[in-house]
Design a protein around this ligand. Structure first.
Ligand code: ZN
Length: 154
């Protein structure tokens, strides 16, 4: 098997691991930022909750249901942003969307190391799956903007 094939398998394992055992899948009663994402094309519904204090995301959690990609993406999102400043999180968001949706990196996004989140780079080849992968991130975007509302990624 080629090196890139092995890497792809590694990433696939990572996504499956988060689908089977979603991290931070719980209520967050003390949350002060919330947003919901709904992807009607696939039936994914993800509700994100964040506790933001002093410009830092103290805790992140999610609830909902969806396909393997949307759940793994939300799970990895909550892991990635907990403890980060809102500013760092915005840069990570920009980098993730740039990678996954194939859009241009937003301010500073190009310099952000995505680490494990590179697992979602492959979805770019599957337009239907891009919406699944970015759903939680669009909701994060809305939550950080302070819009406590439902977000649709259509
Ligand atoms: Zn989906």
């Amino acid at each position: 098997m080629s090196a890139s094939g092995e890497l792809r398998d590694l990433y696939q394992d990572l996504i499956l691991d988060h689908t089977r055992k979603p991290r931070n899948f719980r209520e967050l009663p003390q949350a002060n930022r919330r947003a919901e994402g709904h992807n009607p094309l696939c039936g994914d519904r993800i509700a994100l909750a964040f506790e933001v204090d002093g410009g830092t995301i103290r805790e992140a959690a999610f609830e909902g249901s969806g396909c393997a990609i949307s759940v793994a993406s939300a799970s990895m999102l909550t892991e990635a942003v907990a403890g980060k400043s809102v500013e760092e999180t915005r840069r990570l968001l920009g980098a993730f969307l740039a990678q996954t949706a194939g859009t241009a990196a937003e301010a500073g996004g190009a310099e952000v190391e995505l680490g494990k989140l590179k697992a979602f780079a492959g979805v770019r080849e599957f337009p239907m799956r891009v919406k699944c992968a970015t759903l939680a991130w669009r909701a994060l975007e809305a939550a950080l903007a302070g819009d406590d509302k439902s977000v649709r990624t259509e």
